[in-house]
Design a protein around this ligand. Structure first.
Ligand code: CO
Ligand code: CO
Length: 362
């Protein structure tokens, strides 16, 4: 039996335990990353229904064959037209009384129709069952993320030779994405950020038509998707040189990141990790210039659990994977962000990202 299938069986077993604890006798899962996680099915349309004994995967004619091979432990049901009557048939046949659903994903319209059609079956939010499960990665997932990070690392090395005055931000973005695709990525994991000069003070400045100038700081923030898993890396490079103020900001961000990563271990709250970086940046006088959270989980989605911010209330567990990405942004001057992906270990963190972090001048 394939490893992939064994992992899916384990996940289903865990899901069933969690459903039972919440008093639910079934779950309806419609979000792509979630049905993929539990079933192994990678197509773009499916609904899975899991009960204590059974598992169904509903999809349309395009995917019936693929679903049968990727999700051998699911009974495949072919949907024709509206999925709702097919979903309701399964729920009724199985006598599900309390059905969990993804309250932050399904539309209001779908919810109302489902509720009306189901009649006596009650609907309950799944809360964060799928998200919490997905936050802790198994070995296969970590391997996929590792490869995805490797592609992003190599793209950084590659792009350094390409960045020079006169080139437009979107040309750099296209070049990075092309390189990653040729290296085996399924695509970029989000819209590539290339923010140069004054634009580097925009924490999420997606590539524009601005031309690179000598003296710019350029923030490159991008990632690949490999076997469904995302990577996410940020590096900030200097064009033609760097003055002392720019280097001071760079080194402050780098030190904040280093200290935060050093603090990571199982059992700590993620906000403590955020606090380490935030404190260092504040002590250097840039507290007002670091507005976003320190990091986020990465996996099938580019942003997932755990959140690493002053507001998150999440305890770190071994094999959680997340980014550590402090930044300093000064309007009209520019900004620096450095982002790595780490895996939580019992007594530390493994840094997956290997791209150069000493200041790079192109
Ligand atoms: Co990023
Ligand atoms: Co990120």
């Amino acid at each position: 039996m394939q490893d992939v299938n064994i992992r899916n069986i384990k996940r289903l077993e865990e899901l069933r335990k969690k459903l039972e604890l919440k008093g639910l006798d079934g779950a309806l899962i419609c979000k792509r990353e979630n049905y993929r996680y539990f079933s192994g099915f990678t197509g773009t349309l499916a609904y899975i229904i899991v009960t204590s004994e059974k598992a169904y995967l509903l999809t349309d004619s395009r995917y019936v064959t693929q679903a049968a091979s990727q999700a051998p432990f699911f009974e495949i049901i072919r949907i024709q037209g509206d999925a709702l009557p097919f979903i309701c048939d399964v729920v009724k046949e199985q006598g599900i009384k309390a059905l969990g659903f993804e309250e932050t994903f399904v539309t209001y319209d779908f919810y109302v129709k489902l509720k009306t059609k189901l009649g006596k079956t009650e609907l309950f939010p799944l809360l964060d069952i799928p998200d919490e499960m997905r936050a802790v990665k198994d070995d296969g997932e970590i391997e996929a993320i590792r490869k995805s990070v490797e592609i992003a690392d190599r793209a950084f090395e590659y792009i350094l030779a390409y960045i020079r005055p006169g080139i437009r931000e979107y040309e750099i973005a296209a070049e990075i994405e092309h390189f990653m695709r040729e290296s085996g990525a399924q695509g970029p994991s989000f819209e590539t950020i290339v923010a140069s000069g004054w634009r580097s003070s925009l924490p999420h400045g997606v590539a524009s038509d601005r031309r690179i100038e000598k003296g710019d700081m350029v923030i490159l923030d991008y990632g690949a998707v490999f076997e469904g898993y995302c990577s996410d890396i940020t590096r900030t490079v200097f064009v033609g040189g760097a003055d002392s103020k720019k280097l001071e900001i760079y080194n402050t961000v780098l030190e904040a990141q280093k200290r935060a990563i050093e603090r990571i271990r199982e059992g700590l709250y993620s906000k403590e990790i955020d606090g380490v970086a935030r404190q260092h940046i504040a002590d250097a006088g840039y507290g007002e210039n670091f507005g976003h959270g320190l990091g986020h989980g990465v996996g099938l989605e580019i942003h997932e659990q755990p959140r690493v911010s002053p507001y998150s209330n999440c305890k770190l567990v071994r094999n959680m994977v997340f980014t550590v990405e402090p930044g300093i942004y000064i309007e009209g001057f520019g900004g620096v962000r450095i982002e790595d992906i780490v895996v939580v270990k019992e007594d530390g963190a493994e840094i997956l990202t290997k791209a150069e972090k000493a200041p790079v001048i192109v």
